[in-house]
Ligand binder design. Structure first.
Ligand SMILES: NC(=O)c1ccc[n+]([C@@H]2O[C@H](COP(=O)([O-])OP(=O)(O)OC[C@H]3O[C@@H](n4cnc5c(N)ncnc54)[C@H](O)[C@@H]3O)[C@@H](O)[C@H]2O)c1
Length: 308
């Protein structure tokens, strides 16, 4: 299949490209290279890989890129509430108007797989299923919710409401909870944690890549549907995560009410819908922390005096 990945040079995309190439797909990445070209350089050796440098806000460029694709994986976005808060106009233009460009550039014969997010739910008290009403609290969640709805209304779409990613990918993000805490644990030796009892849900970036392949291979059963993507085994409190990181780094953890999550994510998520179709995750948070510790030690030296 010919697969176009918008935003494919990012964290999720650079983990996904090799999985699709290895499965025999032709992959075109459309990205404005916000984070540079280095993470995708190794893929240019593969004749089934193509790259288009373009902006998702550019209607004509998106039109041209999407013309021959069988499947469009739509990842291009301003990601996370801090980045959206920093430049709200850009967030709306990329996350919402950019998605409209994808809709306008495609037909109902093309499958769109959308990287949506658990941030769409906002604060949830009950077990969170796909039927739980959406109540996004941050601009990030609001733009992602709107884009998801537009796609489901207008196109043949599968939407993944992802847990929070962790783990190593060619473009490494260190702002994600597990990655951030592990990086700080290794480089600073201590963590200051607020909302320690808040429950969060996690997925390794490689399992995110696997679910896109799973969606392509099972599209008949999945199209026009939304799925929570993660695992029942991977609902943890922030304190649980800190205890795991402590096990591998000896980090000192101080709990204090010094901040809050703008998305108010404090929920336990149900993954039965996707599990029933045969998908589950394969990499535990603990395995991810071990992998991150090795990487963080290599990319930055421990600051010897950064103790408490
Ligand atoms: N990582 C997670 O935990 C997570 C969880 C849920 C959903 N998602 C979704 O997955 C997608 C990818 O997230 P990520 O973690 O890889 O983020 P990322 O920031 O690493 O990647 C986003 C990519 O989009 C590109 N991009 C941004 N603006 C663009 C524009 N105007 N034109 C073209 N390309 C543009 C960037 O260059 C980057 O390569 C996003 O849609 C995000 O909302 C991620």
């Amino acid at each position: 299949m010919k697969v176009l990945i918008t935003g494919g040079a990012g964290y999720v995309g650079t983990g996904l490209i090799p999985v699709l190439l290895n499965a025999g797909h032709h992959v075109t990445v459309f990205d404005n290279l916000t984070f540079g070209i280095d993470p995708i350089l190794p893929f240019f050796r593969n004749p089934n890989f193509e790259f288009i440098r373009g902006d998702i806000r550019d209607r004509a460029a998106v039109q041209e890129a999407a013309r021959t694709a069988d499947i469009i994986i739509h990842l291009a976005a301003i990601v996370g509430y801090p980045a959206c808060r920093k430049d709200p106009e850009l967030a709306e233009a990329v996350n919402v108007a950019g998605t409209q460009n994808v809709i306008d550039a495609t037909s109902k014969n093309q499958l769109i797989i959308y990287g949506s997010t658990g941030s769409n739910y906002g604060a949830v008290e009950e077990l969170c299923t796909e039927e739980t009403p959406l109540n996004p609290l941050s601009l990030y969640g609001q733009t992602k919710t709107l884009a998801e709805r537009m796609l489901l209304e207008e196109r043949q779409t599968i939407a993944w409401r992802f847990a929070t990613a962790f783990g190593v990918a060619p473009r490494l993000r260190l702002d994600l909870l597990v990655n951030d805490f592990t990086h700080k644990a290794v480089t600073e030796g201590y963590l200051v944690i607020y909302e320690k009892h808040f429950m969060r849900t996690f997925i390794h970036v490689h399992d995110m890549a696997r679910v896109f392949l799973f969606g392509i291979e099972n599209q008949d059963k999945m199209v026009n549907n939304v799925f929570n993507v993660g695992s029942r085994k991977m609902n943890y409190s922030k304190e649980d995560i800190c205890n795991m990181i402590n096990k591998y780094t000896g980090v000192y953890v101080h709990y204090a009410d010094v901040g809050e999550d703008a998305d108010k994510r404090n929920y336990v998520v149900c993954y039965n819908k996707i599990n029933k179709l045969g998908f589950d995750t394969t990499i535990s948070v603990e395995d991810g922390i071990r992998e991150l510790v090795r990487v963080c030690k290599a990319i930055e030296f421990r600051r010897p005096y950064a103790n408490v």
